[in-house]
Write a new protein. Structure first.
Length: 130
């Protein structure tokens, strides 16, 4: 889930997180990314955003107009245009977090299939873990 450091965006994101949780989706499965599209002076600080959301921020994306302009000119993803750029590194961190979360989910699902006691006459039982 992406949130900007503006009060209305934070409030709407809080409502959305609360609704998702009311659907019995575990809070830990919700990843929030703070997208700072403007320079830091115009954005709410990370600590305040987390307090208002009542939820941790997984990653922060900093503004990098030069990076995205160069990537557009090169017709290539920003992380390839300048892989050592701080914003590129933030995108890579976000990708790593998603990959790790999906690995854990895959392991949990495999474990549920094995624990269901399936044999040749039964279909494996898939249980969503939260």
């Amino acid at each position: 889930m992406i949130v900007e450091g503006a009060l209305n965006s934070i409030q709407h994101t809080k409502y959305l997180i609360d609704e998702i949780i009311s659907l019995k989706i575990h809070r830990k499965t919700i990843s929030v990314v703070l997208n700072n599209r403007q320079r830091s002076e115009a954005q709410m600080p990370l600590i305040q955003v987390q307090e208002r959301l009542g939820h941790p921020i997984s990653t922060i994306l900093t503004p990098a107009p030069e990076l995205f302009l160069q990537a557009a000119r090169l017709q290539t993803p920003a992380v390839l245009a300048q892989p050592t750029n701080m914003t590129s590194q933030q995108f890579l961190k976000m990708a790593d977090l998603i990959i790790e979360r999906e690995k854990v989910r895959g392991i949990s699902k495999s474990k549920n299939i094995i624990e269901s006691g399936s044999d040749a006459t039964k279909m494996p039982i898939m249980q969503e873990t939260t």
